[in-house]
Ligand binder design. Structure first.
Ligand SMILES: *[C@@H]1O[C@H](CO)[C@@H](O)[C@H](O)[C@H]1NC(C)=O
Ligand SMILES: *[C@@H]1O[C@H](CO)[C@@H](O)[C@H](O)[C@H]1NC(C)=O
Ligand SMILES: *[C@@H]1O[C@H](CO)[C@@H](O)[C@H](O)[C@H]1NC(C)=O
Ligand SMILES: *[C@@H]1O[C@H](CO)[C@@H](O)[C@H](O)[C@H]1NC(C)=O
Ligand SMILES: *[C@@H]1O[C@H](CO)[C@@H](O)[C@H](O)[C@H]1NC(C)=O
Length: 338
């Protein structure tokens, strides 16, 4: 028998333990649902949070007729932490616990007079994405952080306006993503069809557009638009992979470009998923929506750049003070519950 020195045994035990811990660790999702004061709070947020949580823990069971094979089961798929407390983000180690962050109908005021995150939270969020963390946005997630260009590029475009809620047919443009692989051929819902201030397809990390409208909808404001989000098909949900924060060489305008003398952000090797659907409770209760959401979240979390898939933290480097404007360095240890 070969004798192994105790310290070697200890080291291999520790390595093995670390391996199993990371290999078996359940993936972690932060469901962030902060609404700035005075911004629109969707009534469907609690329903959305409930559905996202139960899709993750296996309480909502989807089968392979209605959902992608990768999410159709009763197993735990991810663990959801629900929070609207961005002061926690000022500790870079907080975000590093999560494989992906979902903005669940987070909202700022449309005129840009509010901003969801503190300057330090924004810096840590950018670093989290630059280190491979995943991003998911639901519905008005494109209607916040209007003053934060890297966020506009991360989500893909900022919200412009929507016509009134009305029945609209939604169709999948591809079956090659778990989010839409089983999307029904004709899906009719009451929804706000979103328009954006810019075309997400102009970003260097081009989106794969997942959903569009299959029917014409009533949109009187369209005739008077000053902003354009590009030609058909109308993007209603999309995924992107890699270079999530990169700006195109031709400025996009509408708050999407880094300021000339301000912080510049690029990179972001992970994945993102955005869907504009989700205004009403009823939307979240429908199986095609649940399959869309479960597939999108799982696809983002399947990125090899995610925390639990690389076996270490996406935030290895701490933010250096030079990244933070002086006004941003402040302590906010205590906060009131919103
Ligand atoms: C939506 O569902 C939430 C509970 O999840 C409920 O509080 C709210 O009243 C519902 N809104 C509508 C319009 O039904
Ligand atoms: C799959 O799920 C759908 C929606 O819940 C249901 O209508 C269908 O009967 C299920 N099919 C099977 C084979 O269980
Ligand atoms: C799931 O998240 C909750 C809330 O953050 C946390 O308390 C719990 O420990 C997590 N469970 C697992 C199995 O990761
Ligand atoms: C989508 O809606 C727009 C605006 O109503 C319309 O111009 C377009 O034809 C619709 N697309 C389809 C495939 O119906
Ligand atoms: C579009 O602009 C015209 C001219 O200013 C105005 O008469 C019309 O009411 C506007 N339509 C909408 C839907 O805002």
């Amino acid at each position: 028998m070969v004798s192994v020195p105790p310290q070697v045994r200890l080291i291999s035990f520790v390595a093995l333990f670390a391996f199993f811990q990371s290999a078996s660790a359940i993936q972690q999702l932060l469901a962030f649902d902060k609404i700035s004061e005075g911004a629109y709070r969707h009534e469907s947020i609690p329903t959305a949070i409930d559905v996202i949580t139960r899709l993750g823990n296996g309480q909502i069971v989807l089968n392979t007729t209605s959902a992608d094979v990768t999410v159709a089961n009763d197993k735990q798929k991810w663990n959801t932490t629900v929070s609207d407390d961005d002061s926690l983000w000022e500790d870079p180690n907080y975000l590093s616990q999560f494989d992906a962050i979902a903005f669940v109908m987070t909202a700022d005021k449309d005129d840009g007079s509010t901003t969801l995150l503190s300057p330090q939270a924004k810096v840590n969020f950018a670093k989290y994405i630059q280190n491979g963390g995943g991003f998911i946005g639901f519905h008005v997630a494109c209607g916040c952080l209007y003053d934060t260009p890297f966020y506009g590029r991360l989500v893909g475009a900022y919200f412009d306006y929507h016509p009134e809620i009305q029945p609209v047919g939604i169709k999948a443009l591809t079956n090659n993503n778990p989010s839409t692989s089983k999307f029904p051929a004709s899906f009719q819902i009451n929804e706000e069809v979103y328009h954006y201030r810019t075309d997400p397809r102009l970003l260097p990390s081009a989106p794969i557009v997942l959903l569009s409208n299959s029917t014409v909808f009533n949109d009187p404001q369209a005739a008077n638009r000053t902003r354009s989000d590009g030609p058909p098909p109308r993007p209603l949900a999309w995924v992107r992979s890699g270079n999530l924060l990169d700006a195109p060489s031709t400025p996009l305008g509408q708050g999407m470009d880094d300021p000339e003398y301000g912080p510049k952000y690029s990179g972001g090797p992970g994945r993102m998923f955005y869907t504009s659907l989700g205004h009403l409770n009823e939307t979240w209760q429908q199986i095609p929506m649940q399959a869309h959401v479960a597939g999108g979240i799982s696809w983002v979390m399947a990125s090899p750049t995610c925390r639990s898939r690389k076996g270490d933290s996406p935030l290895k480097e701490q933010s250096s003070p030079s990244d933070v404007p002086n006004s941003a360095i402040r302590s906010r240890r205590y906060h009131s519950k919103r």
